[in-house]
Ligand binder design. Sequence first.
Ligand code: PBG
Length: 308
Amino acid sequence: MTDRTIRIATRKSALALWQAEYVQQALERAHPGLNVELVPMSTQGDRILDTPLAKIGGKGLFIKELEVAMLEGRADIAVHSMKDVPVAFPDEFGLHAICEREDPRDAFVSNDFACLNDLPAGSVVGTSSLRRQCQLKAHFPELIVKDLRGNVNTRLAKLDEGQYHAIILASAGLIRLGMADRIRDFIAPEDSLPAVGQGAVGIECRNDDSELIELLKPLNHHDTATRVRAERAMNQRLEGGCQVPIGSFALLEGEELWLRGLVGEPDGSQMLTAERRGPRQQAARLGVEVAEDLLNQGAGAILERLYE
Ligand SMILES: NCc1[nH]cc(CCC(=O)O)c1CC(=O)O
């Protein structure tokens, strides 16, 4: 078994490479003697940088080419930020390990201000996520939200050039890239409910590769997997597609799982929230219940308007 080489298909962004190397090291630690190599590739999502993601096909763009590489036998596994993995999954593939979650909160990054509350009216805040935009506009209507694309380094450069007074990024990305010192404030989930799976790294491979699936098992972090299962079940019930203002965030308190969900209008004019607590064994059911609560409040109409 250990004379096999495991090839990890990865995007070439700094964060993707960090995550792929993290999985490479974890696999080598779990299976001494196993050889693990990276296969870096650029995807359509990485190449088209000048168009808002929602307009060009959304999250799936970052993943399809990695799956093609696995189908063609050029790679064995793909490593993803769980946040970027659509809930609808091709039949040939499965997520066979979810690694321990990094800080899931959104980060407030600014050179001049300490937190959202300190921003004067009219300040320009950069984010490309409709989820962050919706919550910012709902909680801080006096701020101006401006689109912000690119990988983490590009976004920070745009802030430093003065195009924004502050930007919102995922804490996890900054921490993993050694830039935790750029985080001025961790935004509380009450102010910015994180995205489904934010901060968690997942490992995808073909469902017919049972030897590989066995090798991935020690990399699975059960608490993280449980939380992400609840969050993704909510998204699936909502049929939450690529770029929609949906937040979903689960916490474990002992054996009890606490799931909060949010669906809103991108302009912040509506923001629906729901939450449930229950035993961790019912993670998926909690997700469905929170989704149905949101649908009963009118989430369906909001989402349908967005998909039009
Ligand atoms: N949407 C892009 C993306 N996908 C994953 C991360 C890093 C954090 C994570 O692993 O969830 C980011 C950057 C960001 O949102 O600021």
